[in-house]
Write a protein that binds this ligand. Structure first.
Ligand code: TYD
Ligand code: MG
Length: 452
């Protein structure tokens, strides 16, 4: 039995409430609640295809077989997925409109079909002609790729049942609708229900399904966060739309590690892999200029060198401005306070801006030392040696603390021709074997200041 009810959902995170609220208590975003009619079911419907007489099993009874994975042949993507696509998995690819989700997935279709697999590309957004136009930019496609313009999930399910593809792409989840749900496509309940149906199809038929989800800040379309917990793998495509590189970040992965990133460049013939992201990120680094230093962040298993730029200038207002792009502004405030207290640097009347060049976002505290050195370099207007890289976490007493994977980071710097690397002293033991680069250990930020 079903009973229609009015509920309110947060468009950002899917939080459900019986009354409207200005701010979502779960994700704290404002003005995201929308009213939706939902059918309250008396029993749960999620995985309705499952047997009605469930039987628990012991771990020993489970036959692992060999893990059914297919390498796509796009290394950057294979690594983010944890070694290729798992058969019967449901993967969400989220990102801003126009970032290149459809392009990436069409390239995946092309690779898999070239390996002899059957793939289905369902588009609810573009016409067949538009898809063909995009495909012609990417390269030759064979006939094992089938296209379908459809938004009705029931019909899509029938097509998948008949065609039995190895992989299917649903572009995008916000355009799909299930007839059994009353609300409009893109609403929270519709998006959730549609994902549930796709999950069932993926598991029952062993089809690997990729779904595209647009990230939206406003409007009545539910964001992909709503379904993050339902799918096996969540990948986010980020990067500046106006710059050519794109970063694919694994946020959740039931079959591998998260935090891996893949770097791509959008070219005229689709996305191409960037095998050496450090080189890419350091492109255009100014020489002999103050306020710039290279630091190293570990993204998943891979060290990436980034240029940290800082600009410190006298504030013209009573209250100094601190802003950071690509790293946490609160962290910048904290590091400025540490500099002020531990090095007696009068920074309270200085504006400070920090930018991670290339637009990559870094949350790892290992770049603290880089930020501190860039800020001091800009404040004193003294350039840092161009061939020097620095990393380490800075604590509240001004101490430089240990970071993980020091050897990999120093190795990456050496590979790209850096001659000096400043690291936390406590990590010096870990890098004894590395040759071709001078390693300087620092215990605290005042020792780091002596390097200027
Ligand atoms: P698209 O994959 O349609 O983005 P999404 O599906 O995430 O909305 O990519 C759109 C952008 O990529 C568009 O601005 C055009 C550009 N593009 C290229 O620069 N080169 C190419 O080969 C292709 C196919 C697209
Ligand atoms: Mg698209």
């Amino acid at each position: 039995m079903a009973k229609k009810d009015l509920v309110y959902f947060c468009n950002e995170c899917g939080y459900e409430s019986a009354k409207w609220m200005g701010q979502c208590p779960a994700c704290k975003s404002w003005n995201t609640f929308v009213e939706e009619k939902v059918e309250k079911r008396t029993h749960s419907s999620g995985m309705s295809g499952m047997a009605n007489d469930p039987k628990p099993v012991s771990l020993g009874e489970i036959d692992m077989g060999e893990e059914d994975r297919v390498l796509i042949g796009i290394n950057e993507l294979d690594r983010v997925l944890g070694g290729g696509i798992v058969r019967g998995s449901l993967t969400l690819v989220g990102g801003d409109p126009g970032i290149g989700k459809s392009t990436l997935l069409l390239q995946v279709c092309r690779q898999l079909s070239a390996k002899g697999m059957n793939v289905l590309y369902v588009s609810g957004e573009e016409s067949l002609k538009q898809i063909k136009l995009r495909a012609s930019r990417i390269g030759d496609m064979n006939d094992r790729i089938k296209l379908l313009c459809e938004t009705n999930l029931g019909d899509i399910e029938n097509v998948i049942k008949k065609m039995k593809p190895d992989m299917a792409v649903i572009d995008s989840i916000q355009t799909m609708y299930d007839e059994n749900v009353g609300s409009a496509p893109g609403s929270v309940s519709q998006v959730r229900e549609a994902t549930g149906v796709l999950m069932r199809i993926a598991k029952e038929m062993g089809v690997s399904i990729f779904i595209v989800g647009h990230v939206t800040k406003e409007g009545t379309v539910a964001g992909p966060r709503v379904l993050e917990h339902m799918v096996d793998t969540v990948l986010y495509f980020e990067g500046d739309r106006h710059a050519s590189y794109r970063i694919l970040r694994g946020v959740k992965n039931r079959f591998g590690s998260t935090d891996e990133i893949g770097v791509f460049e959008m070219k005229n013939d689709g996305l191409s892999e960037v095998a050496n992201p450090s080189e890419f990120m350091l492109n255009g680094k100014p020489e002999n200029s103050s306020g710039s230093i290279v630091s190293c962040s570990l993204e998943g298993t891979r060290p990436i060198l980034v240029e940290i730029q800082a600009l410190v200038s006298r504030t013209s207002f009573g209250f100094p401005r601190r802003q950071s792009a690509g790293s946490d502004t609160n962290r910048l405030n904290l590091l400025m306070a540490v500099l002020e207290k531990r090095l007696n640097m009068p920074l309270s009347d200085q504006d400070a801006y920090v930018n991670i060049a290339g637009g990559i976002k870094i949350t790892e505290p290992a770049i603290d030392l880089g930020i501190v050195m860039a800020v001091v370099s800009s404040y004193r207007n003294r350039p840092i040696d161009d061939r020097m890289a620095a990393f380490g976490e800075v604590g509240l007493s001004g101490e430089v603390r240990a970071v993980s994977q020091v050897a990999a980071r120093v190795g990456e710097a050496a590979k790209l021709g850096f001659t000096t690397c400043v690291v936390p002293t406590v990590c010096m033991d870990a890098i004894k074997g590395i040759k071709g680069i001078k390693v300087i250990g620092v215990r605290n930020i005042s020792e780091a200041m002596e390097l200027f």
